[in-house]
Design a protein around this ligand. Structure first.
Ligand code: BTN
Ligand code: 3PY
Ligand code: ZN
Length: 632
């Protein structure tokens, strides 16, 4: 029995919970280190049961009757799939094979973009890993399973208290025949700003080693110059390099000629010469219209010669029409989410695409009954995450006004709500469009989309119009992210930044015009490892941990600090993780393959004079008591 004191610790309460935390508060770790993993997990359960989880407080709860999700059974041994081809013949053979198919190839995005766009990226690894064997066995015709990268990396550490690398390793092992796919923000890695070249290289090499097969690489300003380091690292690792163009604007609108067909063909040619095996077309906001898709995909296919992989979002409700138009125009592969994780700001519905193409030349060959079974599982998973639903009820044709990426739309709405601007959403949408034009009409995708969002929220909150923001006579305190972007730290946009706003934001400072990575000094990896190890009390730091730290130093250290107290909480069922346990409830927790804890929650004691509560459990049949601070 021991008293948990992290959450009462002054440094936690006063918000100075920084990277220095572990350095300056070694007492938190010294005695915790002796706790075994079962005790740590009981401590977590006790705390959540008494105090609730901070992330689900005040949010809708899963229905009381929602059952733990049961994954589909494996119907057969995993058949030969794309991963086997990649392993045996290499990435160029996969690209050649793609072009030789008449059927449309499908990527399932449920485990990455699906929940990133619908549930604020909060899906836990355990819910994915349970589904993975059925993917391998029942859906071996899939082109790939997108399950890593984008926002999932930092959210895993930051909010889910789990290691993203372990997620990848487990999924890779459970789907040996299917290619895993990740979204990589080129020089921004899986972060929000440019990293030194050697950090980007180390990250890609590690991702490849731990289990990524397909790297979808994009740059938030479509600046191919800034993508080469990441693309070269993928080629070096002998994995499939999907060099990706982000789609923005309205290609057939004669009034908006910046992003016309030629613009996209030029970018595609650059990506091809940069070594892409596959050309990704990433319509992150769901702006590509069916008529434009016909023209664009046909031209890309004819003039570039690479297989084309199309990604979109269904924010408008019209994405399926665009996907089907893309299929008519000869697209090689498309992204879709399993039915229960599709629609709205997510991808269009995988099962519906399979059905729509059935008995046509482009029949996907996917077993629709396996899709239904899998989607049924995902439906039960989704119910567990009711706290993270955005509440978006209907399609939004307004997406063509603001052009927000699917992952940002509901997020920005929530941010607006928290700033008291919920009623003024139409103004936020308009300000987002205005801010975009003010920056010269740029590609908006992480991280450039975040900058435009920050600017828009500020304009609405402070009642500033675009004219005022641009007026040299009006004093404006620009958000840090805006200053950073105009300094050139995200790279260069097509056509450059408008001179007026550039001058006003930088106040005469000279912006960077070269690739940021060119001037960022390399990080001494081994020195960083040694320092980190010291900071963590001599803990051995492997390459995965080191790469996690390099992307997100503070987020990683906070994760490690909690890990030492709470242990492998990724092994808890999702409901227990977010809500704790009910008296009399029993759960099984597999902390290692074959090592299972049986945990039964009995009851709570009274709050004592010290403000602590005894929490009574049975662990593998033996009584165990944990005391926690009562903060409820
Ligand atoms: C955070 O970073 O604060 C959110 C992640 C979860 C924090 C854990 S959850 C159990 C315990 N109770 C809290 O209030 N925080 C920690
Ligand atoms: C990400 O970078 O996370 C995205 O999903 C961009 O669309
Ligand atoms: Zn997307």
């Amino acid at each position: 029995e021991f008293v948990i004191n992290l959450l009462k610790h002054p440094t936690f309460l006063d918000d100075s919970y920084t990277t220095k935390f572990i350095d300056t508060t070694p007492e938190l770790f010294r005695f915790k280190k002796r706790q075994d993993r079962a005790t740590k997990i009981l401590t977590y359960l006790a705390d959540i049961t008494v105090n609730g989880h901070p992330e689900t407080a005040g949010r809708p709860r899963p229905p009381a009757e929602a059952k733990p999700p049961k994954p589909p059974a494996m119907r057969a041994e995993p058949a030969y799939g794309t991963r086997n081809l990649l392993e045996q013949k290499g990435p160029q053979a996969v690209a050649d094979w793609m072009k030789a198919q008449t059927r449309v190839l499908l990527t399932d995005t449920t485990m990455r973009d699906g929940h990133q766009s619908l549930l604020a990226t909060r899906m836990r690894s355990i819910d994915m890993i349970h589904a993975a064997p059925a993917y391998a066995a029942n859906l071996p015709q899939l082109f790939s399973v997108e399950c890593w990268g984008g926002a999932t990396f930092d959210v895993a550490y930051r909010f889910l208290q789990e290691c993203p690398w372990q997620r990848l390793r487990d999924l890779r092992a459970a789907m040996p025949n299917l290619m895993t796919q990740m979204l990589l923000r080129a020089s921004n890695g899986v972060g929000y700003t440019n990293y030194p070249d050697n950090v980007v290289r180390a990250f890609v090499a590690q991702a490849a080693k731990t289990g990524v097969d397909v790297f979808r690489v994009f740059d938030s300003l479509n600046w191919v110059e800034n993508m080469r380091v990441a693309m070269d690292a993928v080629l070096e690792a002998d994995k499939l390099c999907e060099g990706t163009i982000c789609y923005t604007g309205d290609m057939l609108d004669p009034g908006r000629s910046k992003y016309d067909l030629k613009y996209y063909l030029d970018r595609a040619k650059e990506l091809k010469s940069a070594g892409a095996h596959v050309l990704g077309l990433k319509d992150m906001a769901g702006l590509l219209k069916p008529s434009s898709a016909r023209v664009l995909i046909k031209a890309l296919k004819q003039e570039i010669g690479l297989p084309v992989h199309f990604h979109t979002h269904d924010t408008s409700g019209a994405a399926a029409a665009t996907v089907l138009a893309a299929c008519d125009a000869g697209v090689d592969a498309v992204d879709a989410a399993m039915d229960a994780f599709s629609g709205g700001t997510s991808q269009p519905c995988l099962g519906s695409i399979v059905e729509a193409l059935r008995n046509t030349e482009r029949d996907t060959g996917i077993d629709i009954s396996a899709v239904r079974e899998m989607s049924n599982y995902w439906e039960h998973v989704r119910a567990q995450y009711a706290a993270f639903e955005s509440g978006l009820q209907a399609p939004a044709s307004e997406v063509w006004l603001h052009e927000m990426p699917g992952g940002q739309f509901t997020n920005l709405k929530a941010q607006a709500r928290s700033l008291g601007l919920e009623e003024r959403w139409p103004e936020v949408a308009q300000a987002y469009a205005d801010a975009n034009r003010m920056f010269g009409d740029i590609v908006k995708v992480t991280p450039s989309s975040k900058v435009v969002g920050d600017m828009a929220l500020m304009m609405v909150a402070q009642g500033l119009s675009r004219d005022q923001v641009e007026d040299p006579a009006v004093d404006v305190a620009f958000p840090d992210s805006v200053v950073d972007m105009l300094k050139g730290n995200l790279g260069q946009p097509f056509g450059g930044w408008p001179q007026g706003i550039l001058k006003k934001v930088l106040k005469g400072e000279k912006p960077l015009t070269e690739r940021p990575g060119k001037s960022l000094p390399s990080v001494d990896l081994e020195e960083t490892r040694t320092k980190l190890s010291k900071e963590l009390g001599g803990l051995k730091i492997d390459d995965e941990d080191l790469n996690g730290y390099l992307m997100y130093p503070k987020v990683f250290l906070d994760y490690m600090g909690r890990h030492r107290i709470y242990g492998p909480v990724r092994t808890l069922p999702t409901r227990a993780f977010f809500y704790g346990m009910e008296p009399g409830q029993e759960i099984e927790v597999e902390i290692d393959p074959g090592k299972t804890l049986e945990i039964r929650f009995q009851t709570l004691g009274e709050v004592d004079d010290a403000g602590e509560v005894k929490v009574f459990f049975e662990l593998n049949g033996q009584p165990r008591t944990i005391r926690v601070a009562n903060r409820a």
